[in-house]
Design a protein around this ligand. Sequence first.
Ligand SMILES: Nc1ncnc2c1ncn2[C@@H]1O[C@H](COP(=O)(O)OP(=O)(O)O)[C@@H](O)[C@H]1O
Ligand SMILES: CC(=O)N[C@@H](CCC(=O)OP(=O)(O)O)C(=O)O
Length: 296
Amino acid sequence: MTDLPDVHTQAEILVQALPHMQRYDQEIVVIKYGGHAMGDPAAAEDFAEDVVLLEQSGVKPIVVHGGGPQIGNMLGKLGIRSEFAAGLRITDKATVEIVEMVLAGSINKQIVGTIAAEGGKAIGLCGKDGNMVTATKVTRTVVDPDSNIEKVVDLGFVGEPERVDRTVLDAVLKAELIPVLAPVAVGHDGATYNVNADTFAGAIAGAMRAKRLLLLTDVPGVLDKDKNLLPELTVDECRRLIADGTITGGMIPKVETCIYALEQGVEGVVILDGKVPHSVLLELYTDHGAGTLITR
Ligand SMILES: Nc1ncnc2c1ncn2[C@@H]1O[C@H](COP(=O)(O)OP(=O)(O)O)[C@@H](O)[C@H]1O
Ligand SMILES: CC(=O)N[C@@H](CCC(=O)OP(=O)(O)O)C(=O)O
């Protein structure tokens, strides 16, 4: 048992949560749970406890999970090589089958099970269910490092959400179940598409008019050039930080997702460290947020 503060302090902490609870009552909060943040079983339990506590106190949480490292491990075991272009996994026919198996199969059901163990009721779905997310094929232009010439890369079965149908999600939320979504979508041609989990979460948050989108990753938030946390940023400031090279790599699609979600009407988007125990609760129910809050 960890040392707890005295009873008065405990009561004070609970009371301080009240205005935050009121602010999020009956609101949709989309939580993107990244593959890196999933880490160890104790952290996964903490995450599930947070989600169940939110649901119990009147919030409508929607979990969108990733699983990039876990897909990489499985492909490695099967001897399938995997490469990325512009932060997206080049996904051929064999790879998309493994992506679907790992994301919509094992990871999705594991999260549903962990939420159940904490007393919640979750339902595991992917973008294909009820035509929730229809995707179109993505191509990207990258600069070839040898020739320094731009070339178009065919990413195979990598998709971008084109349309979100709310029917299933509305029904699931009405039934007071917690949706846990794998970022796999269906194309117009019926093919399965691998969608970046941040992009998928942004599309869901936008379509569901979420109050908050939380992106859980493995760094404290957006950092400046001296690696200090930037607690609050506007969209314009984000664009400047991308242009001047402060925001690079995997943080670029994350911040672009945030900008997209804000443009779709989501009120605030937060990038935070999912490895910090109970980071979701700290972010939503305490006065001091846990990561970088991005607003319009
Ligand atoms: N300015 C920045 N602030 C924080 N992280 C940054 C920044 N620029 C680049 N990054 C990188 O972005 C990474 C997060 O993106 P990514 O690895 O795709 O996360 P995830 O797997 O959680 O989706 C960080 O681990 C960090 O290496
Ligand atoms: C197209 C594409 O790159 N899809 C990702 C989907 C999983 C993901 O995004 O997981 P994280 O959030 O853990 O990185 C992939 O195949 O790795």
